[in-house]
Design a protein around this ligand. Structure first.
Ligand code: ATP
Ligand code: ATP
Ligand code: MG
Ligand code: MG
Lengths: 227, 227
């Protein structure tokens, strides 16, 4: 479903060059619940943004469902993201002047369904993350963990075939983290492929497979739920 | 050292009213390493921002080192923050157009010491969080955990008597979290009072005392390091 070979990313700033990813080659089957772990700075967010068509690799190829991502033009890449992806950003990236409900409705913006149904679907997504009673709040009127859950609801509202989540439990307490993992588990059981970056060891048992990065390379690749 | 009585905070939006803190009364001795825990939305960040003079309570009084915080004028409150506080924000709040080093130098801005010494102190603070080789990067050129550590270094560079840290390990892997907690431990041993909001159970043993909030009230108050 997802294949990358020789995937490399280097960032060049005035002062230095950072080799964030060093020639990664990985295959991910459809329907996998994949965990990506590793120390701060090991390249996890970089990998996810390349997978999400948000960051052009320095070298290497990546295809999702047979589509060579970076061979697409800008417009086609935007279409790809809209059709295939739900993305939970490490920094949430909520629109500050839209309410929680309006933020969750964003991925439905260009769908040709009635506005009323968009509202209902968004409200349902907010219920699934426990935030139906915060629908009218702006991001600045929400706690850290509430903003994170709005970002999660937004990624799910479109039921995309591929969910990329960058540390979706980073701002949540234990109990809420487990509720959220149960939600992702249910979506994975319904067929959605999920790639989740996390540094939370407590949730490891949810993954079918765990890839550990270190300094931009694969340090460990474990398959199988009995861990 | 810190005393609040009847501390209450209600947020009123168009749609509803949220009672974030309900009449809290707590005393914190100088030199304490206090952990504040509790579910998402229980009022932890609200408590911390009131303690930091950043958010006016709806009712109740709070004094730090004998100073009645909200009896001060705006200018005096700013002086108080500069003299007494190091604050690590849940969302980091780094200045986007300043490098990591310049961000860490900010609390030294109005100190009458030579610029060269400000640079040295800031570089030393970055070393303590393992980021000396990222000094020239802008926040957008740093990973999530690196931005978090720059925010921590900035809070420490002034060796303030009171450190308020809102989930300072939220974006860090286990190993880096422990390194950061060892750093806070060392500062506490040198006499700094530290109040840390966290949802990370793994680091509980570092605290002298743990207050658990639930729906804006104290649910549990545990003293003593043997837990
Ligand atoms: N400006 C605001 N306007 C309205 N409601 C607010 C505002 N800020 C916070 N709230 C609400 O107050 C409650 C407490 O918020 P607070 O940020 O203190 O929670 P928290 O314990 O830090 O949560 P988290 O662990 O998710 O960061 C939340 O339910 C939130 O929705
Ligand atoms: N735009 C950029 N310019 C320069 N260097 C960058 C840029 N973005 C990231 N980096 C560097 O690349 C490395 C990998 O970053 P990345 O965000 O992928 O790490 P990560 O594994 O997600 O870390 P964390 O767990 O802290 O979020 C980091 O060391 C970071 O400093
Ligand atoms: Mg990251
Ligand atoms: Mg908070």
């Amino acid at each position: 479903f997802i294949e990358f070979s020789g995937l490399t990313k280097s960032y060049v700033t005035d002062a230095d060059r950072v080799d964030a990813l060093r020639s990664l080659s990985i295959d991910v089957k459809e329907g996998t619940f994949l965990g990506v772990m590793g120390p701060s700075g090991s390249g996890k967010s970089t990998l996810l943004s390349i997978l999400g068509g948000l960051c052009r690799p320095t070298a290497g190829r990546i295809s999702v469902d047979g589509i060579d991502l970076y061979a697409l033009g800008q417009e086609q890449l935007a279409d790809f993201r809209r059709e295939y992806l739900g993305f939970v950003f490490q920094a949430f990236n909520l629109v500050p002047y839209l309410t929680a409900l309006e933020n969750v409705m964003l991925p439905l913006a260009v769908k040709r369904i009635p506005r009323r149904e968009k509202r209902d679907r968004a409200l349902h997504a907010l219920e699934r993350v426990g935030l139906q009673n915060r629908e009218g709040h702006l991001p600045s009127q929400l706690s850290g963990g509430e903003q994170e859950r709005v970002a999660i609801a937004r990624a799910l509202v479109n039921t995309p075939p591929l969910i990329l989540a960058d540390e979706p439990t980073g701002s949540l307490d234990s109990q809420t983290s487990h509720d959220i993992m149960e939600l992702f588990n249910a979506l994975n059981a319904e067929g959605q492929t999920i790639i989740m970056v996390t540094h939370n060891d407590e949730i490891r048992s949810y993954f079918d497979r765990i890839i550990r990065l270190r300094d931009g390379a694969v340090h460990e690749d474990l398959v199988g739920r009995t861990r």
